[in-house]
Design a binder for this molecule. Structure first.
Ligand SMILES: [Ca+2]
Ligand SMILES: [Ca+2]
Length: 411
């Protein structure tokens, strides 16, 4: 009986060996995907501890109940409105007692296509979808039972790309909204494409404010000059290091920022003929190519450090069209005599090769000078504040004297 038994053992060993070799081979072939899946599991959901900030500051989770969190707008009474894209929701994130801890999160609009842009004006929440702008009147008293949206404007041209919109009220009381190009680089037909347009709060008197803007998903006004600053995302497929994203300055209406024939200061588009970059308004600052710079805000506080007062924080959504990933961070751009200086990393750590566990979209300072960062990758809003500082009453902060004027308000 010893012979047949030994033969069986040998056969079992051989089969096990073959299976082992096949398994190892398959695992080797799929190693990239296995590693990716491992990291995706490791970094699923909000990861405040992964965010790296300058010495003396900490990043903490403000709320993780905001799937796909995108653009933010601060309302009164500790209410923060947050748009989304694929999730189809608009949220109201509420800190009732001013202790900088979130007490309630409401979904005030849901099931909408890409409701990215949010703005608050005269008691109403305004929301930009690809084809229309709606408003929810009297929203603050109806967060748990929101009113039906009223249409403000509903005939935007929509294209295959860059349909989601950024929305904000200017200091002039007009409603500003971006209308992205429907393509990577092309002469779009409708003159509203590739612009920032503005209208009255009731949707009337629409006019193009800035043109030649490929895809802006963030703009803001300087707190003392009242002038418009915005980011613009550069085109794809011109290589890893070209063209730059842009930080643009539009102090007056009617400027043309060069798209589609000119990118950055001097990159002529290889596919779209134009009169040359000298004919257009150059960016105030070229930014990291493919960084996907979105929301930006001037910082008018000392809480994160005196050196940040007067500068700009900008969220980088991060690259997809580049051989090595860049962005996935918040950068700080100092302002020197009204001109933007060299951007520097401020908050990093969302990129953990081989994955990015999150993607910053927008930034929003709070009354105490802490900084919120929305992240549509991990469905969260993070708060960056000074380490060890006790939470302070928002009411007390609001009651203090107004922030002093920015030192760098020359332009
Ligand atoms: Ca609270
Ligand atoms: Ca430009």
């Amino acid at each position: 009986m010893a012979g047949p038994r030994r033969r069986k053992v040998w056969i079992a060993l051989a089969v096990a060996g073959v299976l082992g070799v096949v398994t190892l081979g398959v695992a080797y072939k799929l190693r990239g995907r296995i590693k990716l899946a491992f990291y995706q599991q490791l970094y699923s959901g909000p990861q405040p501890d992964e965010i790296e900030v300058p010495d003396g500051l900490v990043a903490e989770l403000y709320t993780g109940e905001v799937e796909g969190a995108r653009s933010m707008a601060l309302g009164p009474d500790g209410v923060l409105f947050v748009g989304s894209r694929g999730a189809g929701n608009v949220y109201a994130v509420v800190d009732r007692d001013g202790d900088y801890a979130v007490d309630e999160v409401h979904v005030v609009l849901q099931g909408r296509p890409q409701p990215n842009g949010v703005a608050f004006h005269d008691g109403a929440l305004y929301v930009a979808e690809p084809e229309r702008i709606v408003r929810l009147p009297g929203i603050l008293s109806r967060l748990a039972d929101p009113p039906a949206p009223e249409v403000v404007y509903e005939t935007f041209p929509t294209g295959a790309e860059h349909q989601w919109k950024y929305l904000a009220f200017g200091p002039d009381g007009w409603l500003y909204v971006s209308v992205g190009a429907p393509c990577n680089a092309c002469e779009p037909g409708d003159e509203r494409y590739a612009t920032i347009i503005r209208m009255r709060p009731d949707g009337s008197d629409l006019e193009v404010y800035a043109r030649g803007v490929r895809n802006s998903v963030g703009f803001t006004w300087h707190p003392t000059t009242g002038e418009l600053w915005f980011t613009d995302n550069g085109r794809d497929w011109l290589g890893d290091d070209s063209p730059p994203d842009e930080l643009d300055h539009a102090p007056t209406a009617g400027l043309d920022f060069g798209f589609p024939s000119c990118h950055g200061r001097d990159v002529a588009d290889p596919e779209v003929e134009g009169p040359g970059c000298a004919s257009f308004t150059a960016p105030a600052r070229d930014l990291q190519p493919h960084g996907a710079h979105l929301g930006l805000r001037f910082y008018d506080h000392d809480a994160l450090g005196e050196r940040y007062r007067g500068g700009l924080f900008i969220a980088q959504h991060g690259s997809w069209n580049r051989s090595e990933s860049v962005g996935y961070a918040v950068v700080f751009v100092p302002m020197l005599d009204g001109r933007p200086g060299e951007p520097e990393p401020f908050a990093t750590g969302w990129l953990r090769e081989p994955i990015a566990w999150g993607r910053p979209v927008d930034v929003q300072p709070l009354a105490d000078g802490s900084l919120l960062v929305s992240d549509d990758g991990s469905g969260a809003i993070y708060r960056i504040r000074r380490a060890g500082e006790q939470a302070r009453s928002a009411r007390a902060s609001r009651g203090r004297s107004r922030p002093r004027a920015l030192a760098s308000a020359a332009r």
